[in-house]
Design a protein around this ligand. Structure first.
Ligand code: HEC
Length: 296
């Protein structure tokens, strides 16, 4: 009895560890973490080793303690153990019989029907409560479902699909907005999509026009439409200037705390798209670095 219990405990523990590994390590659907990450075997092996070691030490302790008992106490111990196990079995039995309301073979005579066919008799068993209540629950579920989806036409499967896709897309957007490492000045690329440039323009108009003018002609800040750059042209330099700011004390602050990486990428792309346009009142060219979009 004790051995089976120990083995069961070990299996359950290793099973939980296995489920934990599968749950915590992300794998593509249909793939097993234990196959994709062979190192997990090491972890499971250690768990197994620990479980066996703990069971073994507890058993050893138990037997040492048992040996130290006097004969009289040993007898008392056996009595208590027997009592414990029968009590436990009784409890299990009573739960089972409550869930099934089945009759034991000895009592079957009480529920046997008169109906006999070819020597086969029939028992008038009660419906097992576990089954009966699940059946009632399914009826309630069906009624609610029917009214909700077929009478009030809540949403169709197609709408449910579209809702989930929209949610997933929102989550991706959110991720892109907040994931800092996705874009930095080394990996940033120039955007050419109309929609991205329009977003960049919106951000520029909201934050930058005070110093650079709406047409990029420059004011407190330098002219952004010419080929002269103080801090360097090209998407990488412009992104870096927006993100980290200009030389200290000049007035160009770092925007990385106010704008997300993708917003700065769009704004930088918009700034570069201003090259070659003719502002109403262009500020004189500043900076010694000459860069035009053709240099990329
Ligand atoms: C408070 C005024 C101010 C605001 C607001 C401002 N800038 Fe600037 N910007 C400057 C100044 C001043 C410089 C020159 C920095 C230097 O000399 O180091 C500059 C430099 C730049 C440069 C580098 C130009 C070069 O020649 O290298 C870029 C690009 C730029 N700003 C883009 C932006 C963008 C995009 C925004 C809005 C998100 C913005 N700025 C908002 C004042 C401003």
């Amino acid at each position: 009895m004790r051995n089976t219990a120990s083995i069961l405990r070990i299996i359950v523990l290793v099973g939980i560890a296995f489920l934990g590994v599968e749950f915590l390590l992300e794998t593509d659907p249909g793939h097993w973490a234990v196959v994709e990450y062979p190192k997990t075997w090491l972890f499971l092996g250690i768990v197994l080793l620990f479980a066996v070691a703990i069971e073994a030490s507890v058993a050893a302790l138990h037997s040492t303690l048992y040996k130290s008992l006097s004969e009289e106490k040993k007898a008392r111990y056996h009595e208590l153990e027997a009592h414990k196990s029968t009590k436990f079995e009784q409890k299990i039995q009573s739960i089972l019989s409550k869930m099934t309301r089945s009759k034991s073979i000895e009592q079957e005579g009480e529920i046997e029907l008169d109906h006999v066919y070819d020597g086969i008799t029939e028992l008038d068993n009660k419906l097992p409560p576990w089954w009966l209540y699940s059946f009632y629950a399914s009826i309630v579920f069906a009624a609610v479902y029917m009214v909700r989806f077929h009478v009030y036409n809540d949403y169709t499967q197609e709408e449910e699909y579209l809702m989930e896709v929209a949610e997933a897309e929102a989550a991706i957007e959110e991720y892109k907005r907040t994931a800092k490492d996705l874009i930095n000045f080394e990996t940033v690329t120039l955007l050419a999509e109309e929609s991205d440039l329009n977003e960049g323009k919106t951000i520029y108009n909201a934050n930058c026009v005070a110093c650079h003018k709406a047409d990029g002609g420059g004011g407190i800040g330098p002219n952004l439409t010419d080929d002269h750059w103080i801090l360097g042209g090209g998407i990488q330099n412009v992104y870096k200037t927006i993100s980290e700011g200009g030389r200290s004390g000049k007035g160009m602050v770092a925007w990385k705390n106010d704008l997300s990486p993708s917003e700065m990428q769009k704004t930088a792309s918009y700034v570069i798209s201003l090259y070659g346009t003719t502002p109403a009142e262009p500020k004189e060219a500043e900076g010694d670095i000459i860069w035009t979009p053709d240099d990329n």
